[in-house]
Design a protein around this ligand. Structure first.
Ligand code: HEC
Length: 190
């Protein structure tokens, strides 16, 4: 009797743990919107850009934003082993305003308020034409529709991204892995 109770308790706690652990795979609403992965800050950190632009440079330093890039832990591990991304990879680009006046700071810039979160994810069954899809969360919304397959996001990423339409040329821990595994697209070097 006691043993049965113990087994039941163990099973219960295992299932509670399983429910608590965030699965870190894309989750959608019934009408196909992505549910914002709120825990992206618990993922693996890849890099930060400051004031990166792909057209005219930003004139004023005050207008330069930071971006912080994160990827799901299981996708990061797979990349280290293969030099490319597995299905269900999710990457987050968090944009934050920069500031210089605050507390003891006398020079340089630090990260400030959140401006938005963009998602780039690989879901081969759901997006068979491009394999990847892009989503933007720029306000309080918790779900977002996929951006069009011919969006500017898709165009820039697929023509300029170093590995599988992602910007590995700017992610210092992954760049040498991609080079060693031979997955780095030539012509996209810094
Ligand atoms: C003109 C080129 C360009 C366009 C257009 C563009 N991006 Fe990017 N994107 C970049 C670059 C460069 C980086 C690397 C940023 C860094 O190093 O911090 C990046 C990184 C990202 C990342 C991090 C994961 C990855 O793929 O490397 C996400 C997510 C992302 N962009 C989403 C978007 C979304 C959503 C749009 C459209 C609304 C978009 N991007 C449009 C150039 C572009």
């Amino acid at each position: 009797m006691k043993a049965k109770l113990l087994i039941a308790l163990v099973l219960l706690s295992v299932s509670l743990l399983a429910q608590e652990a965030p699965p870190n795979v894309p989750q959608y609403t019934k009408d196909g919107e992505l549910i914002k992965p709120e825990n992206y800050r618990e993922w693996i950190y890849l890099s930060s850009g400051l004031g990166m632009t792909y057209g005219a440079p930003i004139a004023k330093q005050e207008d330069e934003d930071f971006d912080n890039v994160f990827v799901t832990p299981q996708a990061y591990k797979a990349f280290l082993a293969t030099g490319t991304w597995p299905d269900k990879t999710i990457m987050a680009l968090e944009v934050r305003y920069s500031a210089s006046k605050g507390s003891i700071n006398k020079g340089g810039r630090f990260q400030d308020r959140l401006a938005g979160v963009e998602i780039h994810l690989k879901d081969e069954a759901r997006f068979p034409a491009t394999k990847w899809a892009f989503f933007g969360f720029n306000g309080p919304e918790t779900t977002a529709k996929p951006l069009a397959a011919d969006s500017v996001c898709q165009k820039c990423h697929s023509s300029n991204g170093a590995v599988d339409e992602t910007f590995v040329q700017f992610y210092p821990t992954l760049l040498p892995v991609a080079k060693a595994k031979g997955t780095f697209k030539s012509g996209t070097e810094k």
